[in-house]
Write a protein that binds this ligand. Structure first.
Ligand code: PHE
Length: 342
């Protein structure tokens, strides 16, 4: 029996419990009612009476140390489960790779344009994308059935000939003039819609930023200088600017604005079609009829307005040659703008 005790003692001493299952196994094997220790105690009755006392003591010691060991195993296991070093987290593994999102190039260009004009005191106004005829056309001096309406291939809402998807954000400017008193200096960035076939150069949904400045004594010089400042901030200090006479129903006189091609620096390339100039915006002095339509006295106030396509500015700035890239959401394209901030 002594031998048996020694054997069990060794087993207990060397037992390791790395899991709850192992711990339970220890309990069942040694200290439960059916465990090895109970069996030994049962055998005590067979020990001759002169050795019984001594053997009793040995068994009691074994029982105590088995219980102490059980306690120890519980504590070790708890410690192991709570500590980072030995649990399932391996601090030596390389960390997981988190990709940071980034602003879409149209968004960053929009923000850049807004921040340039903000320095000149322009605020931002927004308006609905579904517009009525008055705000998109009539107030802007497009008479009914005037061919100028054909300039913008309009989406009409079925059965509601008076409701359109806005073709430009000039409609927001009408809303601002109707609701605010001059001086007004506002930008209206937003989505616009035109019924055009999708190609590398055109899309049926695109973005514009339009600007409006109405106050006493606003002149064409203010318009020129404002857009010159913008062009230099956006495309670099050596950017030149030129005005070409044009026509818009809501401005008189009207001009299209070109900048010197920032790609070939004026030498001629396929982006500027070898002219050295690229168009960036339409502009002009607000037609007195438009001011009057919005209850602003054209005898007292004058104003200028301009409008540009955000896609176009982005394409020129980053030399992108296909407009469709902006809406395809190809991660290889978008990733290239990760560091562009507003
Ligand atoms: N609304 C014009 C367009 O969408 C742009 C523009 C705005 C032109 C303001 C002149 C003045 O084409």
């Amino acid at each position: 029996m002594k031998e048996q005790v020694e054997k069990i003692k060794k087993e207990i001493d060397t037992y390791k419990a790395e899991s709850q299952e192992k711990l339970e196994e220890y309990r069942l094997r040694f200290i439960s009612k059916k465990g090895k220790l109970s069996t030994l105690f049962n055998e005590l009755k067979n020990v001759p009476s002169e050795g019984k006392r001594e053997m009793g003591q040995v068994l009691n010691e074994l029982k105590n140390s088995a219980k102490a060991k059980f306690q120890q195993l519980i504590e070790n296991l708890e410690e192991k489960e709570n500590s980072f070093g030995t649990s399932s987290i391996d601090l030596t593994l390389p960390s997981s790779y988190y990709t940071l999102g980034s602003a879409h190039p149209i968004t960053s260009t929009r923000n850049r344009i807004v921040s340039i004009f903000e320095k000149l005191g322009f605020n931002v106004s927004e308006g609905p994308e579904i517009e009525d005829d008055w705000h998109n056309f009539t107030a802007l001096n497009f008479p009914p059935n005037h061919p100028a309406r054909e300039m913008q291939d309009t989406f009409f809402i079925e059965k509601e000939p008076d409701i359109t998807l806005r073709t430009h954000t000039s409609s927001v400017q009408v809303r601002v003039m109707e609701n605010q008193k001059p001086p007004i200096r506002t930008l209206s960035p937003g989505r616009v819609f035109r019924n055009e076939a999708i190609s590398a150069r055109a899309h049926c949904v695109f973005h514009q930023v339009e600007g409006l400045y109405v106050d006493k004594n606003v002149s064409f010089v203010d318009l020129k200088q404002t857009l010159y400042y913008f062009a230099q901030e956006m495309f670099g200090k050596d950017t030149k600017i030129r005005y070409r006479p044009s026509y818009f129903p809501f401005t008189e006189p009207s001009a299209e604005i070109d900048i010197s091609c920032n790609i070939c620096k004026g030498d001629g390339c396929n982006i500027c079609k070898y002219s050295g100039w690229v168009e960036i915006a339409g502009s002009g002095m607000v037609d007195p009829n438009v001011l009057a339509n919005c209850n602003i006295d054209p005898e007292e106030y004058t104003g200028f307005a301009f409008g540009m396509g955000i896609e176009r500015i982005t394409m020129l700035k980053y030399q992108i040659n296909d407009l469709r890239l902006f809406t395809e959401n190809d991660i290889r394209f978008l990733k290239q703008f990760r560091t562009v901030s507003s």
